[in-house]
Design a protein around this ligand. Structure first.
Ligand code: CTP
Ligand code: CA
Length: 224
């Protein structure tokens, strides 16, 4: 006979996780994107799933495969990601681990831009993308009980991330130092600081999977 599996600490909870980069088209063959493998967001979704949560995993074009056992909603642009998050609501919690492009190309071309012999590229006009984290955090109706953002920063990481938490209105920010010398971008490890209303808590350097498990456990504690 099979062992009884204890129901997870997040059983019955629905959590939205955004992950990966977004791609903003310039023309049918070119785009602008942030650097993101999707590894941390994928690990978080898997860790939350392991605690029994139902996961809506809204992912841009990531280089790592989405986890099993989650509801995968694949998107390309920031606007599509925003719409997918809206469609996935309501949720008990949201974790915005995606590296969302801050701007989209206003004058994206429907046909492929060809070299014209001038040696230059046509000027691009940009318009700001919707801020998905700030929008969810400030929802008047149906705001998830716990909203977690990320802040990949360089230089004064804690100060930037603390200000970002207040500006966005989210409950927690997971901050990390992505200066090239840390080797975190694209690596298997992460050194993060969890910023809450109580202040900043430095976590030791650990694998992205371990960061995910610790964060998932903290979320389970907070959601009771
Ligand atoms: N985020 C989002 N939608 C955006 C931009 C960012 O949901 N359009 C989320 C990210 O998923 C992350 C958090 O906001 O959880 C912080 O992203 P970041 O790029 O650090 O914040 P920005 O406000 O864009 O600030 P910056 O000018 O430093 O890029
Ligand atoms: Ca940004």
């Amino acid at each position: 006979p099979q062992d009884k599996v204890a129901p997870g600490a997040l059983a019955g909870k629905h959590i939205i996780v955004t992950s990966g980069p977004t791609h903003e088209p310039i023309d049918p063959v070119r785009y602008i994107a942030n650097r993101s493998s999707g590894a941390q967001g994928t690990a978080i979704a898997a860790a939350l799933r392991d605690l029994g949560a139902k996961i809506s995993f809204v992912t841009g074009p990531a280089s790592v495969a989405p986890p099993d056992g989650v509801d995968v909603i694949a998107v390309e642009t920031a606007q599509q990601m925003r719409d997918a998050v809206e469609a996935a609501l309501p949720a008990d919690a949201a974790v915005m681990a995606a590296a969302v492009a801050d701007w989209q190309v206003k004058n994206a071309s429907g046909s492929k831009i060809k070299k014209d012999g001038s040696g230059t590229f046509p000027a691009l006009d940009f318009t700001e993308n919707p801020d998905i984290l700030a929008w969810v955090s400030k929802l008047m109706n149906g705001r998830p009980e716990l909203v977690v953002g990320f802040a990949a920063e360089t230089d004064d990481v804690i100060a930037h991330a603390t200000a970002k938490r207040l500006r966005k209105g989210c409950d927690w920010i997971v901050a990390n130092d992505v200066s090239p010398e840390t080797g975190i971008m694209g690596g298997a490890e992460n050194t993060v600081t969890l910023i809450t209303e109580d202040g900043a808590e430095d976590w030791p350097r650990m694998g992205k999977d371990e960061v995910a498990r610790r964060l998932a456990q903290r979320m389970a504690d907070a959601l009771g």
